[in-house]
Design a protein around this ligand. Structure first.
Ligand SMILES: Nc1ncnc2c1ncn2[C@@H]1O[C@H](COP(=O)(O)OP(=O)(O)OP(=O)(O)O)[C@@H](O)[C@H]1O
Ligand SMILES: [Mg+2]
Length: 249
């Protein structure tokens, strides 16, 4: 494998669970040491002692059931979450597609948001202006491009979000459920674009519940279950084992 751009070393992630103050604040204060211990003990371990690497230009798929910890893993890569133990190292510019359109301002128009996002990603206004027509064409949302984002449907926000990210020279793409809200045509366009990125050597980490898309895009797959990597390896083998592990519906 080529030089790793993402390295996880014995990474553990716990979430603290929220508590209601049963018995009220007075009762809580009276039994303070016990209450503090209770809160400290009530964290939930999502990922435990996970180690792996993603090589430069590799396309890695992450699969697993709802709540397995896939989005948590991507959040750690994006630097949005910190590990509770262990180390996450990333060498390269990350373009997260975690919540598509999450970086948009609802009161600005599509065009203004494209400019804003481009500049925030470190490009000059001139460079973004040069790509503007390409971004608008790919998003393909008609006259709405001149309307405030709050008037968009969720699929339209996703279209614009993907189009912006895809045209601003990504090095490492983190895609979480990219195909969840798009229609069939747009999903095909997304998958084609991801294949282009793959060919041009962009590193991709791709989460999906669609084993077909995972096999189309990814060289290697990690299956997360029970806080651990249950299986890692060739996309066909891992998705096959995952499918066989579930009861047919
Ligand atoms: N901020 C948080 N605080 C507490 N628990 C959390 C938090 N975020 C996620 N969790 C819990 O961590 C676990 C893993 O969540 P995560 O979103 O990573 O799962 P996922 O594999 O992406 O699931 P899905 O397929 O449904 O998207 C879940 O049990 C979830 O409830
Ligand atoms: Mg998720």
């Amino acid at each position: 494998m080529s030089a790793p751009v993402i390295t996880f070393r014995s990474v553990t992630k716990n979430y603290t669970l929220y508590h209601e103050l049963r018995g009220g604040i007075k009762n809580f204060l009276f039994r303070l040491p016990k209450a503090i211990k209770q809160i400290r003990d009530s964290s939930y371990c999502v990922l435990k002692d996970i180690s792996f690497e993603v090589g430069s230009g590799e396309t890695l798929g992450i699969i697993g059931r709802n709540g397995a910890g896939k989005s948590t893993l991507l959040g750690l890569m994006a630097g949005i979450l910190r590990p509770s133990a262990g180390e996450v190292e990333v060498n390269g510019r990350i373009t997260p597609l975690l919540e598509l359109g999450g970086g948009f301002h609802p009161d600005l128009t599509g065009i203004d948001n494209i400019m804003l996002n481009g500049v925030l990603l470190g490009l000059s206004r001139k460079a973004v202006t040069r790509k503007l027509s390409e971004i608008i064409k790919f998003a393909d949302i008609g006259d709405y491009i001149g309307q405030p984002i709050r008037t968009y449907s969720s699929g339209m926000v996703a279209r614009l979000g993907f189009s912006v990210a895809a045209h601003l020279d990504p090095e490492i793409i983190l895609a979480d459920e990219l195909l969840a809200v798009g229609d069939a045509d747009f999903n095909k366009k997304c998958l084609d674009k991801m294949s282009d990125f793959k060919r041009s050597g962009v590193t991709i980490v791709f989460i999906s519940h669609s084993m077909e898309s995972i096999r189309k895009i990814c060289d290697r797959v990690i299956w997360i279950e029970g806080h651990k990597i249950k299986m890692a390896g060739d996309a066909g083998a891992v998705t096959g084992a995952y499918k066989n592990s579930r009861p047919a519906i």
